[in-house]
Design a protein around this ligand. Structure first.
Ligand code: AMP
Length: 150
């Protein structure tokens, strides 16, 4: 049955890292009716979650296989690796994809250089720097292009 006994909520998402992005994502997914468990190595980070968040929190290092096991990763449909460290996020994403065969794995990365490598591994990536630049462009309408688009 897994960690969640509420059968109305079908999808189960695990978020690694409870910074601003992780906390917002966790609350948004929970509000949409998804079961959510958020992992952070620092318990105080959970203070960023909205008081209405009704998912689970887990204090631990999300790079540890036993932590992912205890988080019931085998029953998850989504893993979002959004800690503040690219290598950490890549490792978590690779574990989720290759060891636990999850269908949807997303990693937040700062360095866009190896995007194609992650794409080949089936890991979806988001780059806040690129997204921010595009948004600034949208606001200023200055025609920003990524290296790939040039
Ligand atoms: P931010 O810097 O606001 O993006 O927050 C990133 C969060 O990721 C912080 O709350 C960190 O404690 C958390 N974090 C960093 N490394 C790990 C890890 N290996 N496992 C779980 N949480 C982590």
């Amino acid at each position: 049955m897994g960690l969640f006994s509420n059968k109305k909520k079908r999808d189960y998402s695990i978020i690694a890292g409870c910074g601003r992005l992780g906390a917002n994502l966790a609350c948004a997914l929970y509000d949409r009716g998804t079961n959510v468990l958020i992992i952070d190595s620092n318990e105080e980070a959970f203070g960023k979650l909205s008081p209405s968040f009704g998912g689970l929190t887990y204090v631990g290092d999300a790079m540890e296989i036993f932590v992912l096991d205890e988080a019931d990763i085998k029953n998850a449909t989504v893993v979002a690796a959004v800690t503040n460290n690219d290598n950490t996020n890549i490792l978590i994403a690779q574990l989720a994809k290759e060891l636990f065969h999850l269908p949807h794995v997303i990693a937040r990365l700062h360095d866009p250089e190896k995007e194609c490598v992650y794409r080949e591994l089936g890991i979806d990536t988001i780059f806040p720097g690129v997204l921010s630049a595009k948004e600034v462009d949208r606001i200023l309408n200055i025609g920003y292009q990524t290296e790939e688009e040039v």
